[in-house]
Design a protein around this ligand. Structure first.
Ligand code: ATP
Ligand code: MG
Length: 373
Protein backbone atom coordinates (compact mmCIF):
# COMPACT_ATOMS: atom_id res chain seq x y z
CA UNK A 1 0.00 0.00 0.00
CA UNK A 2 1.28 3.45 -0.88
CA UNK A 3 0.08 6.94 -0.14
CA UNK A 4 0.82 8.83 -3.33
CA UNK A 5 -0.36 12.28 -2.39
CA UNK A 6 -2.17 14.32 0.21
CA UNK A 7 -3.96 17.68 0.14
CA UNK A 8 -4.52 19.59 3.33
CA UNK A 9 -6.87 22.48 3.82
CA UNK A 10 -6.90 24.34 7.13
CA UNK A 11 -5.37 21.44 9.01
CA UNK A 12 -3.37 22.58 12.09
CA UNK A 13 -0.82 25.15 10.93
CA UNK A 14 -1.30 24.28 7.23
CA UNK A 15 -3.70 26.59 5.41
CA UNK A 16 -3.21 24.80 2.13
CA UNK A 17 -0.66 22.17 1.31
CA UNK A 18 -0.29 19.60 -1.47
CA UNK A 19 2.32 16.89 -1.14
CA UNK A 20 3.35 14.16 -3.54
CA UNK A 21 5.06 11.30 -1.74
CA UNK A 22 7.84 9.01 -2.73
CA UNK A 23 6.76 5.38 -2.81
CA UNK A 24 9.60 4.43 -0.49
CA UNK A 25 11.30 6.85 1.90
CA UNK A 26 10.04 10.36 2.75
CA UNK A 27 11.75 12.55 5.30
CA UNK A 28 10.27 15.77 6.72
CA UNK A 29 12.92 17.93 8.27
CA UNK A 30 12.75 21.28 10.01
CA UNK A 31 13.14 23.07 13.31
CA UNK A 32 10.83 22.61 16.25
CA UNK A 33 7.16 23.72 16.03
CA UNK A 34 7.20 24.04 12.24
CA UNK A 35 4.65 21.38 11.29
CA UNK A 36 6.50 18.08 10.79
CA UNK A 37 4.38 16.07 13.20
CA UNK A 38 1.25 17.75 11.85
CA UNK A 39 1.91 16.05 8.50
CA UNK A 40 2.07 12.62 10.11
CA UNK A 41 -0.98 13.45 12.18
CA UNK A 42 -2.94 14.41 9.06
CA UNK A 43 -2.15 11.04 7.47
CA UNK A 44 -3.20 9.30 10.66
CA UNK A 45 -6.48 11.24 10.75
CA UNK A 46 -7.12 10.41 7.09
CA UNK A 47 -6.62 6.72 7.93
CA UNK A 48 -8.48 6.49 11.23
CA UNK A 49 -10.79 9.55 11.20
CA UNK A 50 -9.42 10.75 14.51
CA UNK A 51 -6.19 12.00 15.91
CA UNK A 52 -3.91 10.40 18.48
CA UNK A 53 -3.04 13.82 19.94
CA UNK A 54 -6.50 15.18 20.67
CA UNK A 55 -10.08 13.96 20.91
CA UNK A 56 -11.41 17.32 19.86
CA UNK A 57 -11.56 18.02 16.15
CA UNK A 58 -11.62 21.75 16.84
CA UNK A 59 -7.95 21.53 17.76
CA UNK A 60 -7.20 20.20 14.30
CA UNK A 61 -8.91 23.07 12.49
CA UNK A 62 -6.53 25.84 11.65
CA UNK A 63 -6.93 28.51 14.29
CA UNK A 64 -8.41 30.91 11.72
CA UNK A 65 -10.87 28.39 10.32
CA UNK A 66 -14.01 26.51 11.38
CA UNK A 67 -13.35 23.51 9.14
CA UNK A 68 -10.59 21.32 7.77
CA UNK A 69 -10.19 18.88 4.94
CA UNK A 70 -7.70 16.12 4.20
CA UNK A 71 -7.71 14.29 0.91
CA UNK A 72 -5.29 11.58 -0.13
CA UNK A 73 -4.70 9.01 -2.80
CA UNK A 74 -3.90 5.45 -1.83
CA UNK A 75 -2.48 2.92 -4.25
CA UNK A 76 -2.55 -0.82 -3.71
CA UNK A 77 -0.92 -2.60 -6.61
CA UNK A 78 -2.42 -1.05 -9.72
CA UNK A 79 -5.53 0.23 -7.98
CA UNK A 80 -5.83 3.76 -6.69
CA UNK A 81 -8.57 5.25 -4.57
CA UNK A 82 -9.09 8.61 -2.99
CA UNK A 83 -9.94 9.00 0.66
CA UNK A 84 -11.21 12.20 2.12
CA UNK A 85 -12.25 13.53 5.48
CA UNK A 86 -14.12 16.81 5.83
CA UNK A 87 -14.77 18.34 9.19
CA UNK A 88 -17.14 21.27 9.09
CA UNK A 89 -18.38 23.41 11.96
CA UNK A 90 -20.48 20.62 13.46
CA UNK A 91 -20.14 17.55 11.33
CA UNK A 92 -17.58 15.09 10.08
CA UNK A 93 -17.88 13.30 6.77
CA UNK A 94 -15.70 10.70 5.11
CA UNK A 95 -15.53 9.78 1.43
CA UNK A 96 -14.06 7.01 -0.67
CA UNK A 97 -13.71 8.00 -4.33
CA UNK A 98 -15.93 11.01 -3.58
CA UNK A 99 -18.75 8.82 -2.25
CA UNK A 100 -19.90 9.64 1.25
CA UNK A 101 -19.42 6.63 3.57
CA UNK A 102 -21.91 6.52 6.41
CA UNK A 103 -20.35 3.89 8.63
CA UNK A 104 -16.90 4.69 9.98
CA UNK A 105 -16.12 0.96 10.18
CA UNK A 106 -16.58 0.76 6.38
CA UNK A 107 -14.07 3.55 5.94
CA UNK A 108 -11.30 2.68 8.37
CA UNK A 109 -8.96 -0.02 7.00
CA UNK A 110 -8.75 1.54 3.54
CA UNK A 111 -5.52 3.17 4.57
CA UNK A 112 -3.44 1.17 7.02
CA UNK A 113 -0.87 3.09 8.98
CA UNK A 114 1.48 2.19 11.75
CA UNK A 115 2.52 5.23 13.67
CA UNK A 116 5.34 5.55 16.11
CA UNK A 117 5.23 8.80 18.05
CA UNK A 118 7.22 9.96 21.07
CA UNK A 119 3.98 9.73 23.11
CA UNK A 120 3.97 5.98 22.51
CA UNK A 121 6.80 5.51 24.99
CA UNK A 122 4.47 6.83 27.67
CA UNK A 123 2.20 3.89 26.93
CA UNK A 124 4.69 1.51 28.48
CA UNK A 125 4.80 3.46 31.72
CA UNK A 126 1.41 5.14 31.83
CA UNK A 127 -2.06 4.03 32.87
CA UNK A 128 -3.63 0.77 31.61
CA UNK A 129 -6.16 2.70 29.54
CA UNK A 130 -3.34 3.94 27.29
CA UNK A 131 -2.32 0.37 26.55
CA UNK A 132 -5.91 -0.73 26.00
CA UNK A 133 -6.41 2.14 23.55
CA UNK A 134 -3.29 1.05 21.72
CA UNK A 135 -4.62 -2.50 21.34
CA UNK A 136 -8.05 -1.29 20.29
CA UNK A 137 -6.71 1.07 17.64
CA UNK A 138 -4.31 -1.45 16.16
CA UNK A 139 -6.82 -4.31 16.02
CA UNK A 140 -9.54 -2.02 14.65
CA UNK A 141 -7.43 -1.38 11.60
CA UNK A 142 -7.39 -5.04 10.65
CA UNK A 143 -10.79 -6.17 11.92
CA UNK A 144 -14.02 -4.44 11.12
CA UNK A 145 -15.85 -6.88 13.42
CA UNK A 146 -13.60 -5.78 16.24
CA UNK A 147 -14.69 -2.15 15.86
CA UNK A 148 -18.35 -3.15 15.76
CA UNK A 149 -18.11 -5.51 18.73
CA UNK A 150 -16.06 -3.06 20.71
CA UNK A 151 -18.57 -0.25 20.13
CA UNK A 152 -21.45 -2.54 21.07
CA UNK A 153 -19.55 -3.71 24.14
CA UNK A 154 -19.17 -0.11 25.29
CA UNK A 155 -22.85 0.63 24.78
CA UNK A 156 -23.91 -2.45 26.75
CA UNK A 157 -21.31 -1.69 29.39
CA UNK A 158 -22.76 1.74 29.92
CA UNK A 159 -26.30 0.35 30.16
CA UNK A 160 -25.15 -2.33 32.59
CA UNK A 161 -23.31 0.21 34.75
CA UNK A 162 -26.35 2.48 34.81
CA UNK A 163 -28.58 -0.44 35.75
CA UNK A 164 -26.23 -1.60 38.51
CA UNK A 165 -26.52 1.88 40.01
CA UNK A 166 -30.29 1.75 39.69
CA UNK A 167 -30.43 -1.63 41.44
CA UNK A 168 -28.54 -0.11 44.33
CA UNK A 169 -30.48 3.14 44.64
CA UNK A 170 -33.92 1.57 44.10
CA UNK A 171 -33.16 -1.68 45.94
CA UNK A 172 -34.31 -3.72 42.92
CA UNK A 173 -34.31 -7.43 43.69
CA UNK A 174 -35.40 -8.77 40.32
CA UNK A 175 -32.21 -9.32 38.32
CA UNK A 176 -33.76 -10.50 35.06
CA UNK A 177 -32.95 -7.37 33.10
CA UNK A 178 -29.42 -7.33 34.52
CA UNK A 179 -29.00 -10.96 33.41
CA UNK A 180 -29.92 -10.02 29.85
CA UNK A 181 -27.40 -7.20 29.86
CA UNK A 182 -24.78 -9.48 31.38
CA UNK A 183 -25.34 -12.14 28.71
CA UNK A 184 -25.02 -9.57 25.94
CA UNK A 185 -21.89 -8.16 27.52
CA UNK A 186 -20.34 -11.63 27.80
CA UNK A 187 -20.94 -12.34 24.10
CA UNK A 188 -19.14 -9.17 23.07
CA UNK A 189 -16.43 -9.59 25.69
CA UNK A 190 -15.62 -13.10 24.47
CA UNK A 191 -15.22 -11.82 20.93
CA UNK A 192 -12.94 -8.99 22.05
CA UNK A 193 -10.85 -11.35 24.17
CA UNK A 194 -10.48 -13.74 21.31
CA UNK A 195 -9.30 -11.06 18.86
CA UNK A 196 -6.93 -9.53 21.40
CA UNK A 197 -5.47 -12.89 22.23
CA UNK A 198 -4.90 -13.72 18.55
CA UNK A 199 -3.30 -10.33 17.99
CA UNK A 200 -0.98 -10.61 20.98
CA UNK A 201 0.08 -14.11 19.97
CA UNK A 202 0.97 -12.75 16.57
CA UNK A 203 2.94 -9.90 18.12
CA UNK A 204 4.76 -12.37 20.37
CA UNK A 205 5.69 -14.50 17.38
CA UNK A 206 7.61 -11.55 16.00
CA UNK A 207 8.58 -9.00 18.60
CA UNK A 208 11.39 -10.95 20.26
CA UNK A 209 13.28 -11.45 17.05
CA UNK A 210 12.89 -7.83 15.94
CA UNK A 211 14.00 -6.48 19.30
CA UNK A 212 16.99 -8.80 19.26
CA UNK A 213 17.97 -7.57 15.80
CA UNK A 214 17.90 -3.99 17.10
CA UNK A 215 19.53 -4.55 20.48
CA UNK A 216 21.14 -8.03 20.69
CA UNK A 217 18.91 -8.69 23.67
CA UNK A 218 16.56 -11.63 23.40
CA UNK A 219 13.37 -12.51 25.21
CA UNK A 220 11.10 -9.48 24.74
CA UNK A 221 7.47 -10.48 24.99
CA UNK A 222 4.06 -9.13 25.85
CA UNK A 223 1.96 -10.51 28.64
CA UNK A 224 -1.75 -9.81 28.67
CA UNK A 225 -3.31 -9.43 32.07
CA UNK A 226 -7.01 -10.19 31.99
CA UNK A 227 -9.35 -9.30 34.83
CA UNK A 228 -10.62 -12.90 34.72
CA UNK A 229 -8.86 -16.26 34.41
CA UNK A 230 -8.19 -16.27 30.73
CA UNK A 231 -8.91 -19.14 28.36
CA UNK A 232 -8.44 -19.48 24.61
CA UNK A 233 -11.58 -21.55 24.39
CA UNK A 234 -14.51 -19.19 23.82
CA UNK A 235 -17.14 -21.33 25.58
CA UNK A 236 -14.88 -21.81 28.57
CA UNK A 237 -14.15 -18.09 28.57
CA UNK A 238 -17.86 -17.25 28.57
CA UNK A 239 -18.39 -19.68 31.43
CA UNK A 240 -15.64 -18.05 33.47
CA UNK A 241 -17.00 -14.57 32.77
CA UNK A 242 -20.47 -15.65 33.81
CA UNK A 243 -19.12 -17.12 37.05
CA UNK A 244 -17.14 -13.99 37.70
CA UNK A 245 -20.21 -11.78 37.36
CA UNK A 246 -22.34 -14.16 39.45
CA UNK A 247 -19.80 -14.38 42.26
CA UNK A 248 -19.24 -10.65 42.37
CA UNK A 249 -22.76 -9.41 41.88
CA UNK A 250 -23.04 -7.64 45.24
CA UNK A 251 -19.60 -6.09 44.82
CA UNK A 252 -20.58 -4.69 41.41
CA UNK A 253 -23.92 -3.40 42.70
CA UNK A 254 -22.17 -1.54 45.50
CA UNK A 255 -19.50 -0.21 43.13
CA UNK A 256 -22.20 0.74 40.62
CA UNK A 257 -20.08 -0.51 37.76
CA UNK A 258 -18.82 -3.54 35.88
CA UNK A 259 -15.52 -4.49 37.47
CA UNK A 260 -14.42 -7.29 35.12
CA UNK A 261 -14.00 -7.58 31.39
CA UNK A 262 -11.82 -6.33 28.55
CA UNK A 263 -12.36 -2.71 29.61
CA UNK A 264 -10.37 -3.43 32.78
CA UNK A 265 -7.48 -5.41 31.30
CA UNK A 266 -3.88 -4.52 30.75
CA UNK A 267 -0.70 -5.80 29.15
CA UNK A 268 2.98 -5.33 29.82
CA UNK A 269 6.30 -5.65 28.09
CA UNK A 270 8.62 -8.18 29.68
CA UNK A 271 12.19 -9.23 29.15
CA UNK A 272 12.55 -12.56 30.94
CA UNK A 273 10.54 -11.91 34.09
CA UNK A 274 11.25 -8.20 34.25
CA UNK A 275 8.52 -5.69 33.49
CA UNK A 276 10.00 -2.93 31.33
CA UNK A 277 7.63 -0.49 32.95
CA UNK A 278 9.84 -0.67 36.04
CA UNK A 279 13.14 -2.02 34.73
CA UNK A 280 13.50 -0.58 31.25
CA UNK A 281 15.75 2.34 30.44
CA UNK A 282 14.39 5.11 28.24
CA UNK A 283 16.08 3.66 25.17
CA UNK A 284 14.90 0.16 26.03
CA UNK A 285 11.33 1.34 26.35
CA UNK A 286 11.54 3.27 23.11
CA UNK A 287 12.99 0.33 21.20
CA UNK A 288 10.52 -2.16 22.62
CA UNK A 289 7.64 0.06 21.53
CA UNK A 290 9.29 0.39 18.12
CA UNK A 291 9.65 -3.40 17.98
CA UNK A 292 5.94 -3.70 18.83
CA UNK A 293 5.05 -1.42 15.94
CA UNK A 294 7.41 -3.13 13.53
CA UNK A 295 5.88 -6.50 14.49
CA UNK A 296 2.61 -5.18 13.18
CA UNK A 297 3.91 -4.76 9.64
CA UNK A 298 3.72 -8.44 8.80
CA UNK A 299 0.53 -8.91 10.84
CA UNK A 300 -1.19 -6.24 8.75
CA UNK A 301 0.25 -7.75 5.61
CA UNK A 302 -1.04 -11.19 6.56
CA UNK A 303 -4.56 -9.92 7.24
CA UNK A 304 -4.93 -7.15 4.66
CA UNK A 305 -2.69 -8.55 1.95
CA UNK A 306 -0.49 -5.49 1.68
CA UNK A 307 2.06 -3.76 3.86
CA UNK A 308 0.88 -0.71 5.80
CA UNK A 309 2.51 2.71 5.70
CA UNK A 310 4.99 3.48 8.46
CA UNK A 311 4.80 6.89 10.08
CA UNK A 312 7.81 7.49 12.30
CA UNK A 313 7.87 10.66 14.34
CA UNK A 314 11.19 11.67 15.79
CA UNK A 315 12.31 8.07 15.84
CA UNK A 316 16.05 8.61 15.91
CA UNK A 317 16.43 10.91 18.88
CA UNK A 318 17.83 9.33 22.03
CA UNK A 319 19.19 6.32 20.17
CA UNK A 320 22.90 5.61 19.90
CA UNK A 321 24.54 5.26 16.52
CA UNK A 322 24.50 1.47 16.47
CA UNK A 323 20.78 1.26 17.29
CA UNK A 324 20.01 4.00 14.78
CA UNK A 325 21.79 2.13 12.01
CA UNK A 326 20.15 -1.15 12.88
CA UNK A 327 16.77 0.52 12.87
CA UNK A 328 17.48 2.05 9.47
CA UNK A 329 18.55 -1.32 8.12
CA UNK A 330 15.37 -2.80 9.41
CA UNK A 331 12.98 -0.24 7.95
CA UNK A 332 14.80 0.19 4.68
CA UNK A 333 12.85 -2.59 3.05
CA UNK A 334 9.89 -2.80 0.76
CA UNK A 335 7.58 -0.45 2.62
CA UNK A 336 6.63 3.22 2.39
CA UNK A 337 7.97 5.22 5.32
CA UNK A 338 7.32 8.80 6.29
CA UNK A 339 9.79 10.07 8.85
CA UNK A 340 10.32 13.32 10.71
CA UNK A 341 13.64 14.60 11.99
CA UNK A 342 15.21 17.93 12.83
CA UNK A 343 17.77 17.48 10.09
CA UNK A 344 19.28 14.75 7.99
CA UNK A 345 22.58 14.80 9.89
CA UNK A 346 21.93 11.72 11.98
CA UNK A 347 20.29 9.72 9.21
CA UNK A 348 22.41 7.35 7.20
CA UNK A 349 23.10 7.88 3.50
CA UNK A 350 21.65 4.47 2.84
CA UNK A 351 18.18 5.50 3.96
CA UNK A 352 18.39 8.83 2.17
CA UNK A 353 19.63 7.35 -1.08
CA UNK A 354 16.31 7.33 -2.87
CA UNK A 355 14.38 9.46 -0.42
CA UNK A 356 12.26 12.55 -0.92
CA UNK A 357 13.29 15.14 1.60
CA UNK A 358 10.80 17.86 2.50
CA UNK A 359 11.82 20.94 4.40
CA UNK A 360 9.07 22.27 6.64
CA UNK A 361 8.83 25.84 7.84
CA UNK A 362 5.93 27.48 9.59
CA UNK A 363 3.17 25.36 8.05
CA UNK A 364 4.68 25.27 4.58
CA UNK A 365 6.84 22.87 2.63
CA UNK A 366 9.55 25.22 1.49
CA UNK A 367 11.76 22.78 -0.35
CA UNK A 368 11.66 19.30 -1.68
CA UNK A 369 14.84 17.51 -2.54
CA UNK A 370 15.37 14.07 -3.98
CA UNK A 371 18.35 12.50 -2.41
CA UNK A 372 20.21 15.71 -1.73
CA UNK A 373 19.07 16.83 1.72
N1 ATP B 1 -5.09 24.33 15.14
C1 ATP B 1 -3.94 24.94 14.86
N2 ATP B 1 -3.90 26.06 14.11
C2 ATP B 1 -2.73 26.67 13.84
N3 ATP B 1 -1.54 26.24 14.29
C3 ATP B 1 -1.52 25.13 15.04
C4 ATP B 1 -2.71 24.43 15.36
N4 ATP B 1 -2.38 23.37 16.13
C5 ATP B 1 -1.05 23.41 16.27
N5 ATP B 1 -0.51 24.46 15.63
C6 ATP B 1 0.90 24.84 15.54
O1 ATP B 1 1.60 23.82 14.86
C7 ATP B 1 2.94 23.83 15.33
C8 ATP B 1 3.35 22.46 15.80
O2 ATP B 1 3.48 21.66 14.72
P1 ATP B 1 4.17 20.24 14.87
O3 ATP B 1 3.71 19.55 16.10
O4 ATP B 1 3.95 19.57 13.58
O5 ATP B 1 5.69 20.68 15.06
P2 ATP B 1 7.00 19.89 14.73
O6 ATP B 1 7.59 20.47 13.49
O7 ATP B 1 6.73 18.44 14.76
O8 ATP B 1 7.90 20.33 15.96
P3 ATP B 1 8.84 19.48 16.95
O9 ATP B 1 10.13 19.31 16.23
O10 ATP B 1 8.97 20.39 18.11
O11 ATP B 1 8.16 18.21 17.26
C9 ATP B 1 3.02 24.72 16.53
O12 ATP B 1 3.65 25.90 16.13
C10 ATP B 1 1.58 24.93 16.88
O13 ATP B 1 1.35 26.17 17.47
MG1 MG C 1 7.06 16.98 16.18
Amino acid sequence: MRLTKINLLNFRNYKKCNIKFNETVNVFIGNNFQGKTNILESIYVLALTKSYRTNNDDNLKNKDSDNYKIKGEVKTGKYAKTLEIKVLANEKKVFINDTNIKKISDYVSNLNVILFSPEDIEKIKGSPSLRRDLLNIEISQISKQYINNYNEYNKILKMRNDYLKLIYTNSISDYRYLDILTDNLIDRAAFIYNERSLFINKINNRIGEIYEKLTDISGLKIIYEASIDFSNNIDELKKRLREKYQNNLQKEIIAGMTLYGPHRDDFHFYIDDKDLKYFGSQGQQKLSMIAFKLSEISIFEEVVGTKPILLLDDIFSELDKVKKNRLINYINEDIQVIITANDTAGISKKLLKNAYIFKVENGKIIAKGDNNG
